[in-house]
Ligand binder design. Structure first.
Ligand code: CP
Ligand code: NVA
Length: 313
C-alpha cells in the first residue's frame, strides 16, 4: 500500500511531526494533561491492543515510556531489539510490516534512516510512530513544548534557544515550535546548522503562528533574553567516531552558568537526555533548580500516552 493511498484511510502515522497541525497539537496537549492528572480514567482505554517497539539504537526514556505507557492504558508492548541487525537485514521491511500488522495495532520505531520508517508506514496498515531517526525526534519535541506550557502557562511568544548540533532534536524543536507559536533560535558551529529543508518547513509553519525562527552562529545571541535554553549531545548515536573532533569544535557551545546568565531571569534549562555532563552542559546547569530535564523525561510518558490514544484508540 503506497503512502498516498494510506493517507485516505483512517490510520495516521507520526513520522515527522507535521502530521499534527497546530489545532491537533492543542488537542494532544489537552489530552496529555488529562492523562497526567487522571491516569486511572484511561486504565483500560487500549485494552487488548499491542505495540511493537523496534529499536535500532539504544534507549532509556523512549523505550520505558512507550512500554509503561501502553501497559498503563491496558495494552501491551513487545520489544524487538534491532541494535545488532538493521531493520530490513534479516527480511525486507515490507515483510516485517506485513507480519506485524497481523499481530499488533501499532509500531514504534527508532531507526538510523528516516526512509526505513517511511517504508514501514507505506507497507503497514497500522500506525507507525517515529521514536527517533536521523532527521526527527517528534515525540521528544512534543513532550518538551508540553513541559514548557506547563511551566509558563502559554507558549505564544516564548523564546527557546537551542545551542549545539543542528540534529534530529533541533529539527523537531524547530518544527514543533513553529507550529505552537514559540520563537526558536538555533546557534550552531559552521557546518552543523539544521537541515535547510527542515528550516524552510519551520519558516513556512511559522508564517501562520507568527513564531520567529532564527538560525544563528553565536550562542550568546541565541540565548539573550530567552525563557528556555536547550542543548543536546554534540555527537548523536551513530556518530561516535566523530566525537573527539566534534568535542573541540563544539566547546564554545557548552551550556554553562556563564551562558545561562544571558537568558531571561526566569529561564529554564532543557535537555532531551542522555546528557554528557561537562561536555555540552555543566553539572551546575543540569542540577540547578531551574533545570527541567526530568520534567521533560516524565512528560514523555504522558504525551506519548496521548499520542497512543490518538493513533490507536
Ligand atoms: N530522549 C530520549 O529519546 O532518550 P532515550 O534515547 O533514552 O530514549
Ligand atoms: N541527538 C541524539 C538524541 C538522543 C535522544 C541522538 O540522536 O543520539
Amino acid at each position: 500500500m503506497g503512502t498516498a493511498l494510506k493517507k485516505l484511510a483512517t490510520v495516521a502515522d507520526l513520522l515527522t511531526g507535521a502530521e499534527f497541525s497546530a489545532p491537533r497539537v492543542r488537542e494532544l496537549f489537552q489530552l496529555a494533561a488529562d492523562v497526567k492528572s487522571r491516569p486511572k480514567r484511561y486504565r483500560t482505554a487500549l485494552a487488548g491492543r499491542y505495540l511493537a517497539l523496534i529499536f535500532e539504537k539504544p534507549s532509556l526514556r523512549t523505550r520505558v515510556t512507550f512500554d509503561v505507557g501502553m501497559q498503563s492504558l491496558g495494552g501491551g508492548a513487545v520489544f524487538l531489539d534491532h541494535t545488532g541487525t538493521r531493520l530490513g537485514q534479516r527480511e525486507s521491511i515490507h515483510d516485517v510490516a506485513k507480519n506485524l500488522e497481523r499481530w499488533v495495532h501499532g509500531i514504534v520505531a527508532r531507526v538510523f534512516e528516516q526512509s526505513a520508517l517511511e517504508q514501514l508506514a507505506a507497507h503497514a496498515s497500522i500506525p507507525v510512530i517515529n521514536a527517533l531517526s536521523d532527521v526527527y525526534h517528534p515525540c521528544q519535541a512534543l513532550a518538551d513544548f508540553f513541559t514548557l506550557e506547563e511551566r509558563f502557562g502559554n507558549l505564544t511568544g516564548l523564546t527557546l534557544a537551542y545551542v549545539g548540533d543542528g540534529n534530529n532534536v533541533c529539527h523537531s524543536l524547530l518544527l514543533a515550535g513553529a507550529r505552537v507559536g514559540a520563537n526558536v533560535r538555533v546557534a550552531t558551529p559552521a557546518g552543523y546548522e539544521p537541515n535547510s529543508t527542515v528550516v524552510a518547513e519551520a519558516l513556512q509553519a511559522a508564517r501562520e503562528t507568527r513564531a520567529k525562527i532564527e538560525i544563528l552562529r553565536a550562542p550568546e545571541q541565541a540565548v539573550a533574553g530567552a525563557q528556555a535554553v536547550y542543548t543536546d549531545v554534540w555527537a548523536s548515536m551513530g556518530q561516535e567516531d566523530e566525537a573527539a573532533a566534534r568535542a573541540k569544535l563544539f566547546a564554545p557551545y557548552q551550556v554553562n552558568e556563564a551562558l545561562m546568565a544571558h537568558a531571561a531571569k526566569d529561564a529554564v534549562f532543557l535537555h532531551c537526555l542522555p546528557a554528557h555532563r561537562s561536555s555540552e552542559v555543566t553539572d551546575g546547569v543540569m542540577d540547578a533548580p531551574n533545570s527541567i530535564v526530568y520534567d521533560q523525561a516524565e512528560n514523555r510518558l504522558h504525551v506519548q500516552k496521548a499520542i497512543l490514544l490518538t493513533l490507536l484508540g
